[in-house]
Design a protein around this ligand. Structure first.
Ligand code: ADP
Ligand code: MG
Length: 635
C-alpha cells in the first residue's frame, strides 16, 4: 500500500475518456478487438527483439507467444493476457496515460459526431475498455532484467447522479504477490453491471467477437471455456453377447450353406456389438480452446480465399469498418521475393492533407511471417500513395538487421517499385472502363476518381520512374469544353483532336461554367476545338510539366497566354495584323499609358469574336490563375 502512487490524467485524456464512457451509440464490441490488437503488438515487439537476442524469449511457458482470455461470470471479470514485452512504470504512466497524441481535437470532434470507426485509428484503443468496464486493472511484467517488479495499474469509473464519471486519475503500485506473470501483461476488466453488458461474460459472445475481429491475428488466441468431450463407454452386456455367439456357432457345423448363412449372421451381430461398445457419453471439461487458425492470409493460395476473408482482413489491419475499393494479392519473384496484399480504402477517413501523410503507417512489413514494422511507409510506398493499406512479407530480406540497417536495404527500393506498379494497376482497373454501357463501372470510376484523383495527379508529377509515370499520366482525367459532367483522358483528347489542331489546348479557372464563357476561348470554341479545363489547382502544375516534357510528343498550349493566336495563323493574316496595328497605333499607345507598369504590350488579337478585348499573360511565366494560387499558398 505504501508504494501506491497516484497519477492524474491529462486534460485531453479526461475529455476523451468522458466521451467514450458516455457514448451510448458507439459499438461497444470493439474493446476486445483493441485489447487483442495491443496484445498482438506486444507479442510482435517481443518476437522482433528476440531475433537479435534469443534469450529475451526466456524459458518454459514464457516462450509461448500466445494470448489467453478467460472470464469469471460471477465476479464479472474478463482477463486478457499476453506474454508480450510487458510495460515499465514509465510505459504505464506515459503510454497508457496518454491519448490521441496527434490530432486529439480532431478526434474529439469526430467522436462527438459518434463516428465510431475513429476509435483505434487515433491510438485511443486502450481506452475503449471503458465502454464495457467500470474498473480496469493492468498487471504487467516487463521483459527486461532491469525491471524486477510486477506492476499494477488501476483505474475505475464512478457513478454519480446516474452519470458515469472517470476518476480524474489512476494508481500504479508494485504487485505485492511478486512476479506471477513471468512476463507480459494481463488486462483485467470488471464488466459494468447491467443486462446489456452481461453478454461480455459469455463464451459464445466472446468467441463470436474473436472470430469476427481477430481471426487473422498472428498469435494463437485461447479462450478458457467448457467443452463437451466425447468419452467412449464400453457396453456392460458384451460378455453375454459372446456366450450367445458361441452357442450359435456350435449348433451350426453340419452343412456348408448353413455355415455361410450363419457366418453372415455372425458378422451382423459383431457389428451391432461394436456399436454398443463405441457408445459415447459427453463429459464437460474446462480447457483452453484455440480460437484462430493464425495462418497468415497472404501465404494462402488466392483461389482459396474468399472475398469476405479479404474484406475482413482489411478491416482488421485498417481498423476501418467499411470494405475496401479494390485489392490485389500477389507474389513477387526474381531478385526480390515477397508476398503482398494491398488494399485501396473505400473512403479516405482522414483529412485531405492526411492522404499524403507518410506517418499513417498502414502498410506493414513482415519478413518471413515475422512482423518487423509499420513505420517504413516512406521506404515502402511513395508519398502520393500514403493511403494504401496492406502487408508486405519479404522472403529474402535479412531478419537479423536493425531497423535502421533494414531501412537502407537495396531490396526495399525494389519492393517499393513493385508495390507502386501493382497499385497503379489497381487504379487502371477501376479507371479504364471498356464497356461504356456498364453504368455501375462508370459510377465506380467517377467515385474513385473523385477520391483519389488528386493523389494520382501528384504521382504524375512526382513519380521518378519514367514507365510508371507514363502509366499514371495515361489515367488522368480532365473536364473539357466538350465533356459536360463527364471527364476524359489525354489519350481520348488526342484521339478526337481536329486534324488542323497540333497542340493540346488548356486553360485554368475555377469551374467549367466560367471557363466556357472566357473570351480567351471565343475563337477556338467557334472552330469547335476542344479545350481542357484545369479546374483543380494542381492541374496547371501538371500542364507546366507537360510544357517541358510534352505529352506523347504533343505540345501543350495555355489559352490564356498572349501569342497563342499568332502562332496558328498564316503569313497573310500576320501581315494584316501588322498593318492594323500601325494604323491604330494611337489607340494601342493610349491603352498602354492607362495600364502603366501593369501592362507589357497591347496589340490586336485573333482570339476574339464577340468580346472587345482580353487580358492575356506573357508566354513565359505563370498564368494569372497560377499566380493567384501561388499567392494563396504563400499566405
Ligand atoms: P496504440 O495501440 O495505437 O499505440 P493503445 O491505446 O491501444 O494505442 O495503446 C497505447 C499503448 O499502451 C501502446 O502503444 C503500448 O505501448 C501500450 N500497451 C497497451 N497494451 C499493451 C500490452 N498488452 N502490452 C504492452 N504494452 C501495451
Ligand atoms: Mg492499440
Amino acid at each position: 500500500k505504501d508504494s501506491m502512487e497516484n497519477y492524474k490524467f491529462k486534460a485531453h485524456t479526461s475529455k476523451v475518456m468522458e466521451i467514450i464512457v458516455n457514448s451510448i451509440y458507439s459499438n461497444k464490441d470493439i474493446f476486445l478487438r483493441e485489447l487483442i490488437s495491443n496484445a498482438s503488438d506486444a507479442l510482435n515487439k517481443l518476437r522482433f527483439l528476440s531475433l537479435t537476442d534469443s534469450s529475451i524469449l526466456g524459458e518454459g511457458d514464457n516462450q509461448l507467444l500466445e494470448i489467453l482470455i478467460d472470464i469469471d461470470e460471477e465476479k464479472r471479470i474478463l482477463n486478457i493476457r499476453d506474454r508480450g514485452l510487458g510495460m515499465t512504470k514509465k510505459d504505464l504512466t506515459e503510454k497508457i496515460g496518454k491519448i490521441a497524441e496527434s490530432g486529439s481535437k480532431d478526434f474529439i470532434d469526430k467522436l462527438q459526431k459518434k463516428d465510431d470507426s475513429i476509435i483505434g485509428q487515433f491510438g485511443v484503443g486502450f481506452y475503449s475498455v471503458f465502454l464495457v468496464a467500470d474498473e480496469v486493472t493492468i498487471y504487467t511484467k516487463h521483459y527486461s532484467e532491469d525491471e524486477q517488479d510486477q506492476l499494477i495499474w488501476k483505474c475505475n469509473v464512478s457513478i454519480e447522479d446516474g452519470n458515469e464519471n472517470i476518476q480524474s486519475g489512476y494508481t500504479v503500485s508494485v504487485d505485492p504477490r511478486g512476479n506471477t506473470l513471468g512476463r507480459g501483461t494481463t488486462i483485467s476488466l470488471h464488466i459494468k453491471e447491467g443486462e446489456q453488458y452481461d453478454k461480455y461474460l459469455k463464451h459464445v459472445k466472446l468467441q463470436k467477437l474473436i472470430e469476427k475481429y481477430s481471426r487473422f491475428i498472428d498469435f494463437p488466441i485461447y479462450l478458457w471455456k467448457s467443452e463437451w468431450e466425447d468419452i467412449e463407454v464400453t457396453a456392460t452386456e458384451s460378455d453375454d453377447d459372446q456366450e450367445e455367439e458361441q452357442s450359435i456357432g456350435t449348433e451350426s457345423e453340419e452343412e456348408k450353406e448353413q455355415e455361410e448363412e450363419e457366418e453372415e449372421e455372425e458378422e451382423e451381430e459383431e457389428k451391432v456389438e461394436k456399436e454398443k461398445k463405441t457408445k459415447i457419453e459427453q463429459v464437460e471439461r474446462w480447457k483452453w480452446v484455440l480460437m484462430n487458425k493464425q495462418k497468415a492470409i497472404w501465404t494462402r493460395p488466392k483461389n482459396e480465399i474468399t472475398e469476405d476473408e479479404y474484406n475482413e482482413f482489411y478491416r482488421l489491419i485498417s481498423k476501418n469498418n467499411e470494405d475496401p475499393f479494390i485489392y490485389t494479392h500477389f507474389i513477387a519473384e526474381g531478385d526480390v521475393e515477397f508476398k503482398s496484399i494491398l488494399f485501396i480504402p473505400g473512403t479516405i477517413p482522414f483529412g485531405s492533407f492526411e492522404r499524403f501523410n507518410p506517418k499513417i503507417k498502414s502498410v506493414k512489413l513482415y519478413v518471413r511471417r515475422v512482423f518487423i514494422t509499420d513505420n517504413f511507409m516512406d521506404e515502402l510506398v511513395p508519398q502520393y500513395l500514403a493511403f494504401l493499406v496492406g502487408v508486405v512479407d519479404g522472403d529474402n530480406l535479412p531478419l537479423n538487421l536493425s531497423r535502421e540497417q533494414l531501412q537502407k536495404h537495396v531490396l526495399l527500393k525494389k519492393i517499393k517499385k513493385m508495390i507502386t506498379k501493382k497499385t497503379i494497376a489497381m487504379f487502371k482497373k477501376l479507371l479504364v472502363v471498356k464497356d461504356l454501357d456498364d453504368e455501375d463501372a462508370l459510377e465506380q470510376r467517377d467515385k474513385f476518381w473523385e477520391i483519389y484523383g488528386t493523389n494520382l495527379k501528384v504521382g504524375a508529377l512526382e513519380e521518378k520512374d519514367a514507365t510508371i509515370k507514363k502509366r499514371i499520366r495515361e489515367l488522368l482525367r480532365f473536364k473539357t469544353s466538350k465533356s459536360g459532367d463527364d471527364s476524359i483522358t489525354l489519350d481520348e483528347y488526342i484521339e478526337r483532336m481536329d486534324e488542323n489542331q497540333k497542340k493540346i489546348l488548356y486553360i485554368g479557372g475555377t469551374n467549367s461554367k466560367v471557363l466556357m464563357s472566357s473570351p480567351h476561348l471565343e475563337k477556338v470554341l467557334k472552330k469547335d476545338w476542344e479545350v481542357i479545363f484545369c479546374t483543380d489547382p494542381i492541374d496547371e502544375y501538371l500542364f507546366l510539366a507537360f510544357r517541358d516534357e510534352k505529352y506523347k510528343g504533343y505540345e501543350v498550349s495555355d489559352m490564356s497566354k498572349e501569342s497563342i493566336d499568332v502562332k496558328e495563323i498564316s503569313e497573310k493574316e500576320k501581315k494584316k495584323i501588322e498593318e492594323l496595328e500601325e494604323e491604330h497605333s494611337y489607340l494601342l499607345d493610349w491603352f498602354k499609358e492607362i495600364g502603366g507598369d501593369q501592362i507589357d504590350k497591347v496589340r490586336f488579337s485573333k482570339k476574339l469574336i464577340d468580346s472587345p478585348c482580353v487580358v492575356s499573360t506573357k508566354d513565359f511565366g505563370v498564368s494569372a490563375r497560377m499566380e493567384r494560387i501561388l499567392k494563396n499558398q504563400a499566405l
